[in-house]
Design a protein around this ligand. Structure first.
Ligand code: DGT
Ligand code: MG
Ligand code: MG
Ligand code: MG
Ligand code: MG
Length: 265
């Protein structure tokens, strides 16, 4: 078919192919979730329904899109790591990012009721997305460590702040937690008999989604010609998304899951 005279406009599209050999990270973050959390009366500092919905949506992203090897989320954000050899959508950044953002957003709305029951969703939430490339395992691990350290710092601060407000009866507590930067564990322990390490791992560590291989055995009825029908057991290996709330900064996690990262070379 002959090209139309309009065809040239295609050449205005710019190339946004992600550099080869790099891990592609797409990070989403809820748009103005300060307001969204307030309007929907999220519990403070952590709302397990909201965190569960974020994780369910990320789970859907991993299952529906290709080549995501690990994802990490906390608060209103989730990071998705594509394997460094991925050629999905020819590594075009805008395609990857928009697929992640739209799959996540539609899942967030789709599964809302499952987590919030009859509480209505008051307006459509949005998520921004960005793409960052990491050329080495070291850089990628530092990226994920950065997000988990952010989770820790915010959660420790918020735990102390809301404990002072809820149990300490203080109204000036924001100033106090600000000035006692180094002593947050101590405030919890000496004034409220709380050991921060015993607080929920979901809140302290965030959520890491990985693929796990699982053997699944199903029973099938088989009927061969001239034979009685009989039962056979068929075992298949299936990949499933699994949520963990563990440390991903230290070595242990990466030693326990050596398949996530490909060798640097
Ligand atoms: P942005 O990302 O620039 O559009 O603006 P925000 O407001 O989304 O800011 P961000 O992403 O830095 O901070 C996340 C906000 O979401 C923060 O105000 C607290 C809120 N949030 C996230 N998870 C929870 C939760 O479990 N409970 C409550 N109460 N608030 C939460
Ligand atoms: Mg922000
Ligand atoms: Mg946000
Ligand atoms: Mg955020
Ligand atoms: Mg199309």
């Amino acid at each position: 078919m002959a090209k139309s005279k309009f065809e040239y406009v295609r050449n205005f599209e710019t190339d946004d192919t992600c550099l080869r050999n790099c891990y592609i990270v797409v990070r989403l973050d809820g748009r103005n979730f300060h307001k969204f959390a307030e309007k929907h009366k999220f519990t403070k500092p952590n709302d397990n329904r909201a965190l569960g919905l974020m994780t369910r949506s990320a789970h859907s992203v991993m299952e529906e899109l290709e080549d995501i090897i690990v994802a990490y989320g906390q608060s209103d954000e989730f990071s998705f790591v594509f394997k460094r050899t991925s050629n999905w959508f020819k590594r075009r950044a805008s395609k990857l990012m928009t697929h992640v953002a739209s799959q996540f957003s539609s899942s967030y709305v789709f599964y809302w009721k499952k987590f919030f029951g009859e509480k209505p969703l008051l307006y459509p939430p949005g998520f921004d997305g960005r793409v960052v490339l990491y050329p080495s395992n070291h850089n990628l691990r530092d990226y994920l460590s950065w997000r988990q350290a952010d989770c820790h710092v915010n959660n420790l601060y918020n735990t102390v702040f809301w404990t002072l407000v809820h149990k300490g009866g203080l109204t000036t507590s924001r100033q106090r937690t600000g000035t006692l930067a180094a002593d947050k564990n101590e405030i919890l322990f000496s004034e409220f008999d709380m050991n921060y390490n015993n607080e929920s791992a979901l809140h302290r560590k965030g959520t890491t989604l990985i693929w796990e291989k699982q053997d699944e055995t199903v029973t099938k009825q088989v009927k061969l010609p001239n034979e009685e029908e009989k039962e056979v057991h068929v075992t298949r290996s299936r990949k499933r998304v699994r949520a963990l709330h563990c440390d991903i900064i230290g070595e242990q996690f990466w030693e326990d899951h050596p398949d996530i990262l490909e060798d640097d070379d």
